[in-house]
Design a protein around this ligand. Structure first.
Ligand SMILES: Cc1ncc(COP(=O)(O)O)c(C=O)c1O
Length: 399
């Protein structure tokens, strides 16, 4: 991550195609658009690459998750299980459709702890949403088994993990629906954008309609189209799709760089006593978007992160103290700071979060440091960085 570091002629060409025609909307205006359908083209390239039947581009990863929930028929009072380590979009999307986010512990994979998932299931549970944080996955076989056993929808948030695989399948294509983000800091960027992928025809049709005010997209007169149900505007623009199309065609180039840079740094850190790496479930291959490792305790992790900052090592995060990605600092959620009234079910569900014990997650996130892998580093830069990181960690451990 992130693909914007390597913007070039391919991205410019696709954007200029759109500007030349002047048609920035993905639907309609067929006679004016010089045959350019960037969003449609990107969707078919995503289908081909991920071996899925359907994909629906959206305005963001957050709207992708919201749509995946909505087309699954999840709504008021239903419960959706998510991990304690994720991006705020997970609970925002669930709350937006009136459902209740049920936050559970993670394990050393930094994703859903299987036992905690099973313990959280009630008769209101409708879906499990694993989040493939920092490029790697939960035990997807176990989650599939649990979803089948309790007839739950499995929605993968693969927003940070494009290119990762599990038992040969691309992350995002294992559950009923998978969501990706193409925001500005993702491996593949549209500037802003996202996509939902699925093999379910009924979901696909609903995604298409729902993302565009419920339009049925039948015929060629937009004004005469019918609205089989209430939708919303989660459309992507042609300009954003054009950037994404050029970036998506470069996915292997980006993933290869990511893996190379990750491997150089990991090889350097591997020899250090007392550091361990996140657990990758058997059969899983990371996207290599982040390198995650654990120190012995929180105090050491805090000292290492300080030492990284003083030594010019940017883009490494101690999520325990960061307020975006871990439950510990989500005070706005725990205090239910909503701008508008929420249902009784939601208020009740959210009020449980304040006092819930997340000591299991604290143990992993407290000791974890997560380092973004950039695409623009030169080989010398990665090698230098790896050496500096190694020295910082050794100095802290030995002090
Ligand atoms: C795990 C995860 N889910 C969802 C999102 C939301 O994506 P977007 O920023 O495109 O709305 C992000 C964005 O950072 C993310 O990291």
């Amino acid at each position: 991550m992130p693909g914007f570091e390597l913007f070039g002629d391919a991205e410019k060409k696709e954007v200029l195609d759109v500007l030349d025609s002047g048609i920035l909307m993905r639907y309609g205006f067929d006679s004016l658009r010089n045959g350019h359908y960037k969003a449609k083209d990107l969707e078919s390239e995503i289908n081909k690459r991920f071996n899925v039947k359907y994909s629906q581009l959206t305005s963001s990863g957050t709207s992708a998750i919201t749509m995946a929930l909505a087309v699954s028929g999840i709504g008021s009072g239903d419960e959706v299980i998510i991990p304690s380590f994720t991006f705020v979009a997970s609970f925002e999307a669930i709350i937006m459709i009136g459902a209740v986010p049920v936050v559970v512990d993670i394990d050393e994979s930094l994703t859903l702890d299987i036992e905690s998932v099973e313990n959280a299931i009630t008769d209101k549970t409708k879906a499990i949403m694993p989040v493939h944080m920092c490029g790697s996955m939960a035990d997807m076989d176990a989650l599939k088994r649990i979803s089948n056993k309790y007839s739950l929808i499995l929605i993968e948030d693969a927003c940070q993990a494009i290119g990762g695989t599990y038992k040969g399948k691309p992350l995002g294509t294992i559950g009923d629906l998978g969501c990706f983000s193409f925001d500005f800091v993702k491996t593949i960027t549209c500037g802003e954008g996202g996509v939902v992928v699925t093999n379910n025809k009924e979901f696909a049709l609903k995604l298409d309609n729902f993302s565009d005010h419920g339009h049925d997209h039948i015929g060629s007169d937009r004004g005469a189209e019918l609205h089989p149900y209430i939708g919303y505007n989660f459309r992507i623009s042609e300009l954003n799709a054009a950037v994404g199309l050029a970036q998506f065609r470069r996915i292997d180039e980006f993933l290869n760089i990511q893996k190379l840079n990750y491997t150089i740094i990991k090889n350097n850190l591997e020899g250090i006593k007392n550091i361990t790496f996140r657990n990758i479930p058997s059969g899983g291959i990371e996207s290599y978007s982040f390198l995650n490792f654990f120190l012995e305790d929180i105090a050491i992790a805090r000292e290492v992160i300080k030492s990284f900052a003083l030594s010019g090592i940017d883009s490494c995060f101690h999520y325990f103290d960061n307020n975006w990605h871990y439950i510990r600092n989500w005070n706005h959620l725990k205090q239910i700071k909503s701008l508008y009234p929420l249902s009784d079910d939601l208020n009740k569900g959210l009020s449980n979060l304040k006092d819930k014990d997340f000591s299991k997650s604290d143990n992993f996130i407290g000791r974890n440091i997560s380092c973004l892998i950039k695409l623009s580093w030169s080989k010398e830069e990665v090698n230098r960085r790896a050496k500096v990181m190694e020295n910082c960690i050794k100095n802290v451990i030995n002090s």
